[in-house]
Design a protein. Structure first.
Length: 90
């Protein structure tokens, strides 16, 4: 179920990635550069943890697979908070 959520979240991720890049265009700030780079890592993290989760599941390490599969939730939670903040600000 979480992996389906990660795929669905790619559309809002893309919109937030474009908006975030435009909004954080101040490259003099190391924090802005870090935020943009961390946000762009989401698809790679989601894909990597999905593959690792299925490998762990296939080797019967179910508990480890569950924990690995929860890693991209951090991006999803932050993205939902950002979307709500954007919608309420307008």
């Amino acid at each position: 179920m979480l992996q389906g959520l990660y795929v669905v979240f790619l559309l809002p991720w893309f919109l937030l990635a474009i908006g975030g890049t435009m909004g954080l265009a101040n490259w003099e700030s190391m924090a802005a550069a870090f935020i943009v780079l961390a946000w762009f890592a989401y698809p790679f993290v989601a894909l990597g943890t999905t593959i690792a989760g299925w490998v762990l599941f296939g080797t019967r390490r179910h508990e480890a697979a569950r924990w690995v599969n929860r890693v991209p939730l951090a991006w999803v939670v932050v993205g939902v908070v950002l979307l709500v903040a954007i919608l309420l600000a307008g």
